[in-house]
Design a protein around this ligand. Structure first.
Ligand code: NAP
Ligand code: ZN
Ligand code: ZN
Length: 350
């Protein structure tokens, strides 16, 4: 075991603070990573504040958008060497033998994947701790290769926000000319805009925040529509093939389903703390689908990182020292994020 520096949430209502964490020794198939940057996902906030049905195990060390350098490898590791630039996303292990794992869908592992934090390793006993820390030890199959060509602070958010938006765009086969709408311009939303426009789609940003219109344009959105204006919502009826919903708070799904074309699909990515209601007619008229999508498998995450390297896509980030994390949470909740906070982990060592 090795003691490493970290930041943890100790209770739902209290700010995060310093925490000494025990990391396991490097096993035969393990990679030890010095964490350089870690993105701040809204899921970190939901978890730190115990907003998902009381599922948080305190103290929790959030962070699942991790980029760093390999500092040690186990004797059976073949894919990585010391000094490589690597990433870790939302999962650190899975059973590797069920049907879903065999199909590169480890996020749906039938025996339960191991989330990067607030979860259990495959022994179902050892609690996992995330990337708000100076280093992490991960089995090599869940470590991703990262290109040195892109700025690493901008790459970190690809490990969650990037793959979570890339995966449904691919699954629903978004292609040139498709009309894609993205709801909510935050961490996930801004990646959805960049990725969908790189895939050739005609992208509309649906936002409640008029001041984000200019940013949506520079991110690659072709249109910006204010969702708080009922006239807009009426005019846009039947407009989109696919809607990617990234909103983190409770909202009316039916209002957005109304904007789909016949046979259109709305994919839920945001996980509001409370359940929503929809009327069956919102789907029946127009044979519409309401779907969901969870991050992406490891193979697809590597494909997404390679796609981003090829297209020069990174996240737009505001880099912060770790002691600004509580302020960053408040600003994220207030929608004041452009468009991902990323922690410079060097600030933890001081
Ligand atoms: P974020 O950066 O906070 O962005 C969320 C955006 O939603 C905001 O910027 C805002 O955009 C909009 N929004 C927030 N509150 C709203 C409200 N009350 N009404 C309408 N719009 C509102 O969050 P994120 O990190 O992108 O995460 C978004 C959600 O996805 C979270 O619930 C997170 O837990 C979840 N998530 C899911 C997965 C998955 O695998 N499915 C993976 C990662 C995260 P505008 O100001 O433009 O309206
Ligand atoms: Zn996330
Ligand atoms: Zn499995």
């Amino acid at each position: 075991m090795k003691t490493v520096k970290a930041y943890a949430a100790f209770e739902a209502e209290k700010p995060l603070g310093p925490y000494d964490l025990e990391r396991r020794s490097v096993g035969a198939k393990d990679v030890e990573i010095e964490i350089l940057y870690c993105g701040v996902c809204h899921s970190d906030i939901h978890t730190a504040r115990n907003e998902w049905g009381g599922s948080t195990m305190y103290p929790v060390v959030p962070g699942h958008e991790i980029v760093g350098k390999v500092t040690a490898i186990g004797q059976e590791v073949s894919k990585f060497k010391v000094g490589d630039t690597v990433g870790v996303g939302c999962m650190v292990d899975s059973c590797q033998k069920c049907q879903n794992c065999e199909a590169d869908l480890e996020q749906f592992c039938e025996n339960g994947m191991s989330g990067t934090y607030n979860s259990y390793l495959q022994d179902k006993k050892t609690i996992t701790y995330g990337g708000y820390s100076s280093s992490i030890v991960v089995t090599e199959n869940f470590v991703l290769s990262v290109s040195d060509k892109l700025p690493l602070e901008g790459v970190a958010p690809l490990l969650c926000a990037g793959i979570t938006t890339y995966s449904p765009l691919r699954h629903w086969n978004v292609k040139k000319g498709d009309k894609v709408a993205v709801v909510g311009l935050g961490g996930l939303g801004h990646m959805a805009v960049k990725l969908a426009s790189a895939m050739g789609a005609e992208v509309t940003m649906l936002s409640r925040s008029p001041e984000k219109a200019k940013d949506a344009d520079s991110l690659g959105a072709h249109h910006f529509e204010l969702t708080t204006d009922p006239k807009n919502m009426k005019r846009l009826k039947g407009s989109y093939d696919i809607i990617i919903d990234t909103v983190s708070a409770s909202h009316d799904y039916s209002a957005y389903l109304n904007l789909l074309r016949t046979d259109g699909v709305m994919v839920l990515l945001g996980v509001p703390p409370t359940p929503e209601q929809i009327h069956a007619t919102s789907l029946i008229f127009g044979r519409k689908s309401l779907a969901g999508s969870l991050i992406g498998g490891i193979k697809e995450t590597q494909e997404m990182l390679d796609f981003c390297a090829e297209h020069g896509i990174v996240s737009d980030v505001e880099v912060i020292p770790i002691d600004k994390i509580n302020e960053a949470y408040e600003r994220t909740i207030a929608g004041d994020v452009h468009y991902r906070f990323v922690i410079n982990m060097a600030s933890l060592k001081k």
